[in-house]
Design a protein around this ligand. Sequence first.
Ligand code: RP5
Length: 196
Amino acid sequence: TVTDLVDLFESEADRDRPSEETPDVGIVMGSDSDLDVMMGTEDEKGAYDALTDLGFAEVTDYDDAPVGYSFETWVVSAHRTPDLMYAYAETAADRGLDVIIAGAGGKSADLPNMTASLAYPIPVVGVPVQEKSVDSVIGMPTGAPITAVDAGKSYNAGLSAVQMLATDDDELARRLRDLHADQSAGVADVSRELHE
Ligand code: RP5
């Protein structure tokens, strides 16, 4: 139930787990109908893929969390479970999260914006799940910042989140450069094939 999850986040915030055992990045989305965009599909990679491409492991059980770079994934609806959104965002820092990627869409894309406000100063990368929600995800008042990617481009949200972590982490900066080099090589290969 929502109460169980609120209790889980609050009790995790009170625990003093070593930082290598807490998730670095949180992926949240407003509905399970956002799963394809946020987690990726065969046709388009998502934030989940960006993080796993960079060697992050998914935390599915806080008591049996992988050691090292990791992330967690939750469905949190701003409108159907506002208490859960508050608990998630307000406990994020104490639970060890450094960046949150938040996706929502349709006519009710408030989750990224409210999470950015509640979790401040933890940076939030917002993902509009449908094109028509772009304004509501990127539109924030002065003093309440959000970073956002293009509609549906949650893979880039994953990369942005890790770029934020990499500002003081040489290992993550190296992984980002390696991934970039792989992508560049892929483009060069396509170019070469066109001329064979
Ligand atoms: C938003 O409303 C969700 O993030 C989703 O993108 C959209 C539609 O949600 P469902 O009606 O599919 O649950 O809050």
